[in-house]
Design a protein. Structure first.
Length: 451
């Protein structure tokens, strides 16, 4: 990184950043209170509130959102007449999945091979620290030249929409000239990237019932309709032979025009086993950024250990559908539910329930804020030009903010590059990425103030 006072300050702050991220990762802030205590999320929220107060933020508050979680808000006042920038991150995290599969405890931040490992290190507690680093660097080098609002969400990973509904009820709270969403990531480590599109998503629970109760498979199997087998057929109908998503009435042929994702690079990033084919058709960018993608997230059925010789009376599954920009998530939900009901065999009883939804998002990358970010990233990443890529994941709040504030520019940056393995075991963050993106954000705020 070329020498400049902001970069030097951020470099000097990295030991503090590691210590703070260690404290923040230690909170088991999974916003599913059937799995993890509410106190863990409350602890993380209070940690962030205290950090904002320590940085001079005013009006710091824990906002009780309609889904029963808390978002943290604060306002750092800048010079009179300055622009306002909203910085976003979230402190809730995905469950660690199989803790035994982690090389180190998931809620301990552990340095290994030049990376910091821990659940939420990249997604998105590292984003909280990134925002703090950028502001500290500016305060040490002439001051923060804009008004800053910070909002840190407590249930982004659950998709329950608490902050979206709160923002709709209090639209004045998050007004800003530009919003920086710190929950995306570079296309790969070392390549500065803004995210131009996000897929939307819907979550649907499907229940199939065939019998009043389980039956002995020897006495009744062969004629008694097996609910688990019926559910398997329903789920199989959601994919074509090559693995492409096939939901009746949903377009699956859109193409991505822009930065491409080479197949070999994708195979490596996704850790695809040797000899296993990728699914779907078209380019990889088409498949992960521009087309719908269905995933079966879970099935309720007896585990193999302890299973009995039974024909099952009922079974259910949780199905996720990612939808690209241009597709309304509500319409996609209706099509998915209709498909599941239409493809249930043998007259089995089927019920579907929507349990989460978020709209897709497309940014205006021609806006002045993007020019300020491109200039900042060129300094933070010498010799590299800012790229615009898609992201297959969803940040439902983006569309809510775009609807509430149609004149506001929205930029997406962050620490979730492929090596971070977010949502998987052994999630990690690159300290180099944290340092460079903190520099980039600080320089962006300075550039944007002067634009």
């Amino acid at each position: 990184m070329s020498s400049n006072p902001v970069a030097e300050t951020v470099a000097s702050l990295m030991p503090r950043a590691k210590a703070e991220l260690t404290e923040l990762v230690a909170f088991k802030s999974v916003a599913d209170f059937d799995q993890y205590p509410r106190s863990e999320s409350e602890g993380a929220a209070n940690w962030i509130a205290d950090a904002l107060r320590a940085e001079g933020f005013e009006d710091v508050a824990l906002l009780d959102t309609p889904d029963g979680t808390q978002s943290v808000y604060g306002h750092l006042r800048g010079p009179e007449g300055a622009k306002t920038v909203l910085l976003y991150a979230h402190y809730d995290v995905q469950p660690p999945l199989d803790e035994a599969a982690w090389a180190s405890p998931p809620f301990d931040l552990v340095e290994r091979d030049g990376r910091w490992y821990g659940r939420g290190s990249a997604d998105c507690k590292g984003g909280v620290v990134m925002h703090l680093l950028a502001l500290r660097a500016l305060k040490a080098n002439g001051g923060v030249p804009v008004h800053v609002k910070m909002i840190v969400e407590g249930s982004e990973e659950q998709g329950t929409g608490g902050l979206e509904r709160y923002a709709e009820q209090h639209p004045e709270l998050l007004t800003a000239d530009t919003i920086v969403i710190g929950d995306a990531g570079n296309f790969r480590a070392g390549l500065p990237t803004v995210t131009a599109t996000l897929r939307g998503m819907t979550l649907v629970r499907v229940q199939v019932d065939t019998l009043e109760g389980n039956l002995h498979s020897g006495q009744f199997g062969g004629a008694a309709p097996d609910a688990l087998a019926a559910l398997i057929r329903v789920l199989d109908s959601l994919r074509d032979k090559d693995g492409s998503t096939t939901v009746d009435g949903l377009d699956g042929d859109s193409a991505w025009d822009g930065l491409q994702y080479e197949e070999e690079a994708f195979r490596e990033d996704a850790k695809v086993l040797d000899g296993v084919e990728l699914i779907g058709s078209g380019t990889v960018a088409d498949r992960v950024w521009a087309r719908p993608a269905v995933t079966v997230l879970g099935i309720d059925c007896p585990p193999v250990v302890g299973a009995t010789p039974s024909v099952h009376a009922g079974a259910r599954a949780l199905v996720s559908l990612r939808v690209p920009p241009g597709v309304d998530a509500g319409e996609a939900t209706g099509l998915l539910r209709a498909h599941l009901e239409a493809h249930t065999p043998w007259g089995a009883r089927v019920t579907t329930e929507q349990i989460g939804q978020g709209q897709a998002f497309r940014a205006d990358t021609s806006s002045p804020a993007y020019a300020s970010m491109a200039e900042a990233m060129a300094v933070a990443y010498p010799g590299q030009e800012m790229q615009a890529a898609g992201m297959g994941g969803s940040i439902p709040l983006c569309n809510t903010l775009a609807s509430l504030y149609p004149e506001t520019e929205i930029l997406l940056i962050g620490l979730s590059e492929p090596e971070a393995q977010i949502h998987a075991v052994n999630e990690s963050v690159s300290p180099d990425e944290l340092e460079r993106l903190s520099v980039a954000e600080a320089l962006f705020l300075r550039n944007y103030a002067a634009s």
